[in-house]
Design a protein around this ligand. Structure first.
Ligand SMILES: *Cc1c(COP(=O)(O)O)cnc(C)c1O
Length: 419
C-alpha cells in the first residue's frame, strides 16, 4: 500500500525498495522487533499485530521457549539430511503425530505451505494412480506452478498462461454440495479443501459440507486433503480446524505456525497414501532440519501448555462479538472461526486497512478486495482486542475512500493490491 508521507525514508527502506524483486507492494515502514502480539518499527513506534506474519506467529512473536530452543539447537546442530536420523526431528515427528487426528501418522517434512501442497499433489497422484483434482472457487493453495493449479484467483495464475496445469482441476463453489457431487468422480485423485478459506475472504465451511466431501471421496476412491496451512495449530480454536467437524482427511498440509516462526511445512497422511510413493519419489534438502524441528517441538509444547486452542476459541468469540456490536452501515458481515476473523465491507477494504496501520498503529490484512482480515497472535490480550475494535470503529467512521482515492489519483499513485 502506498503511504503519503514517505519523506523520511530510512536507508533500510531505501535498500529494500531498491533491491527487492518488486513482486510485493511494500508498506513504508521498517519493522525491527516483536513480542507476543506487539511489533515495533525502527522509529520505536509500536503496533498491535493482527497479521502475525500471515498467521505464522500463533504463539506470539519471539516466544521465550522458542528463542531458547533455537539458541540451544544452533549451538548443537542446524543441518542434517533426512537420510540421517536426528534426535530433534524424531521428537518433532512423534509430537506432531500425537497432536494430529488418528490415522494421519506418516509425515513428509518440507519448508513452506506451497511445498506441502506440492507434496500433497505428488502423493495423491501416486496414492491413487489418478491425476484429476477438485479444488474450490476462492481457494488458495500456494504459488508454485503445481500448487497454483489448485489456486482459484485468476490474477495469480494468468501471468503464466497454460504453464499452470488447470485442465486437470475442477473448481467447485465452496459450500455447494450439488456441484461437489458432480465434480468428484472415479477419475478424481483428491479433493483439496481449506476448512476455512483464508485468502478467499475468511469463509468457514459448514460441517455438513465437510462431511459430504468425506463421504463422496470415500465412495469414489479419491483422497480428501485438508489444507490446514492457515487454519492449523490452534488458530481456529482447535489444534486443527477439521476437529470442529470430526471429519478426518486422508492427508493434511501444514506450514505457517508449525515451528513458532521458523520456516517449515509438512504433509501429514495415512500410511496407505505414504506407502504408495516409491522410495526417492520426493525429497527436499532443508526439510526436517534440526533447527526448525527444535523450534517446532518448543512451539507444539507452548500450544499445549498455554492452552492456545482454548484461548483462540474464547478470544475469537469475544473479538467477533465486539466487532458485531460496531454500528456502521459500511459493514456487510463479520465471520470467522476462533482467531481467524474477517469483516466484509460493502466497499473496498484497502483504505481502512491503510488507515488502521497509519493512524492507529494496527496491522491487519486484506482477504479479497472487500474483507479486512484479523489473524492476531493468540496471546493478544482482551485490552488489545478492545483497542483494535475501537480503532476499527473510528476508522470506519472517519475514512472517506472516495476523497482519498481522488487525492491519490491527483498524486499519480497506483492502486495496487495489499498482498
Ligand atoms: C499461506 C497459504 C499457503 C501457502 O503457504 P506458503 O508458506 O506461503 O507457501 C497455502 N494454502 C493456504 C491455505 C495458505 O494460507
Amino acid at each position: 500500500m502506498t503511504t503519503s508521507d514517505a519523506t523520511t525514508q530510512s536507508k533500510w527502506l531505501d535498500a529494500e525498495l531498491k533491491y527487492d524483486s518488486g513482486v510485493y507492494n511494500k508498506h513504508h515502514v521498517v519493522m525491527t522487533r516483536g513480542l507476543a502480539a506487539t511489533v515495533w518499527d525502527e522509529t520505536g513506534r509500536s503496533y498491535i499485530d493482527c497479521v502475525a506474519g500471515y498467521g505464522v506467529a500463533n504463539i506470539g512473536h519471539s516466544h521465550p521457549d522458542v528463542v531458547r530452543a533455537i539458541k540451544e539447537q544452533a549451538e548443537r546442530l542446524t543441518v542434517m539430511p533426512q537420510t540421517l536420523p536426528n534426535d530433534k526431528r524424531a521428537e518433532f515427528l512423534a509430537e506432531l503425530v500425537a497432536a494430529l487426528p488418528q490415522g494421519l501418522d506418516r509425515v513428509f517434512l518440507c519448508n513452506s505451505g506451497t511445498e506441502a501442497m506440492e507434496a500433497a499433489k505428488k502423493f495423491a497422484i501416486t496414492g491413487t494412480g489418478r491425476k484429476r483434482f477438485v479444488s474450490f472457487r476462492r481457494g488458495f493453495s500456494g504459488r508454485s506452478l503445481g500448487a497454483l493449479a489448485f489456486t482459484w484467483e485468476p490474477k495469480y495464475r494468468e501471468p503464466f498462461g497454460d504453464a499452470v496445469d488447470n485442465k486437470n482441476v475442477d473448481f467447485v463453489t465452496y459450500g455447494n454440495i450439488e456441484e461437489l457431487r458432480a465434480a468428484v468422480t472415479e477419475d478424481t485423485a483428491a479433493v483439496i479443501m481449506e476448512p476455512v478459506q483464508g485468502e478467499g475472504g475468511v469463509r468457514p465451511a459448514s460441517i455438513e459440507f465437510m462431511q459430504e466431501a468425506r463421504r463422496l471421496t470415500k465412495e469414489k476412491g479419491a483422497l480428501l486433503i485438508f489444507d490446514e496451512i492457515q487454519t492449523g495449530f490452534c488458530r481456529t480454536g482447535k489444534m486443527f480446524a477439521c476437529e470442529h467437524s470430526g471429519v478426518v482427511p486422508d492427508a493434511m498440509t501444514l506450514a505457517k505456525a508449525i515451528a513458532g516462526g521458523v520456516p517449515a511445512g509438512a504433509l501429514a497422511m495415512t500410511a496407505e497414501v505414504a506407502d504408495k510413493m516409491p522410495a526417492g519419489g520426493h525429497g527436499t534438502t532443508f526439510g526436517g532440519n534440526p533447527l526448525a524441528m527444535a523450534a517446532g517441538v518448543a512451539s507444539l509444547r507452548v500450544m499445549k501448555r498455554e492452552g492456545l486452542a482454548e484461548q483462540a476459541r474464547e478470544k475469537g468469540a469475544y473479538f467477533m462479538e465486539k466487532l458485531r456490536a460496531i454500528q456502521s452501515p459500511k459493514i456487510r458481515e463479520v465471520r470467522g472461526l476462533g482467531l481467524m476473523i474477517g469483516v466484509e465491507l460493502k466497499e473496498k477494504s484497502a483504505p481502512y486497512i491503510h488507515a488502521l496501520e497509519h493512524d492507529e498503529g494496527i496491522l491487519t490484512l486484506q482477504a479479497t478486495p472487500l474483507v479486512v482480515r484479523f489473524l492476531p497472535p493468540i496471546p493478544i490480550t482482551k485490552e488489545q482486542i478492545d483497542t483494535v475494535v475501537a480503532a476499527f470503529e473510528r476508522v470506519l467512521n472517519s475514512v472517506n475512500p472516495r476523497a482519498e482515492r481522488q487525492a491519490e489519483l491527483a498524486q499519480g499513485k497506483e492502486d495496487k493490491q495489499t498482498e
